[in-house]
Design a protein around this ligand. Structure first.
Ligand SMILES: Nc1ncnc2c1ncn2[C@@H]1O[C@H](COP(=O)(O)OP(=O)(O)OP(=O)(O)O)[C@@H](O)[C@H]1O
Ligand SMILES: [Mg+2]
Length: 169
């Protein structure tokens, strides 16, 4: 993907995510109103706020899982609204998400859950996907046996770790 490289620089720092004037609601009180946000390369940003104040809604909107009433969202210097399907896919493959409730597929094992992004976007031999998934599972601190377990057989912390392994994949 090309373009936008000047727009995304800010005093020598590269803007990875740029949100302007974001307004989101679901028919009741507005959840996010006219929100601006920049996240720069290498930056680690935490949101802190009361329960139900809109942290997850912000993340879901940035991922295009929620509609918005107003505002623009750019990732890697590209305005989402102007992207073709192929470019959106290219952006999506660079984004990893760990959902608050894990959002693991209940009918798939941990190994199969971690392999979902690989199956969706890559064309790899099964043995290589198995190796990659087992590596991801080890990296998040799960025991190797967890690979064959289903989400209903995991503790809350194990679900988080498995979801993190999938986000990293
Ligand atoms: N799809 C939806 N439809 C209607 N209302 C929603 C929807 N998603 C979120 N909300 C509402 O938006 C508000 C913000 O929710 P959100 O999940 O962003 O909170 P949060 O800040 O992540 O809270 P927590 O710290 O508990 O995770 C809440 O009032 C919630 O009920
Ligand atoms: Mg939340």
């Amino acid at each position: 993907m090309n373009g936008g490289s000047e727009d995304r620089m800010d005093e020598g720092r590269e803007r990875i995510l740029s949100v302007r004037g974001l307004t989101v609601g679901f028919g009741g009180p507005t959840v996010l109103e006219n929100l601006d946000l920049d996240v720069y390369r290498g930056e680690i940003l935490g949101f802190v706020g009361g329960s139900g104040t809109g942290k997850s809604v912000l993340m879901r909107t940035v991922l295009r899982l929620n509609a918005r009433q107003a505002g623009s969202i750019s990732i890697f210097g590209r305005d989402f609204d102007g992207l073709s399907y192929a470019d959106r896919l290219a952006v999506d493959t660079r984004v990893g998400v760990l959902f608050q409730q894990g959002a693991l597929f209940s009918g798939l094992t941990v190994l199969e859950n971690v392999q979902v992004p690989m199956r969706e976007y890559l064309d790899l031999p099964t043995a290589m996907m198995d190796d990659l998934a087992r590596l991801k599972i080890e990296l998040v601190g799960l025991r190797p046996e967890a690979a064959e377990r289903y989400p209903s057989e995991l503790s809350g912390g194990m679900i988080k770790r498995a979801a993190l392994a999938r986000a990293g994949a």
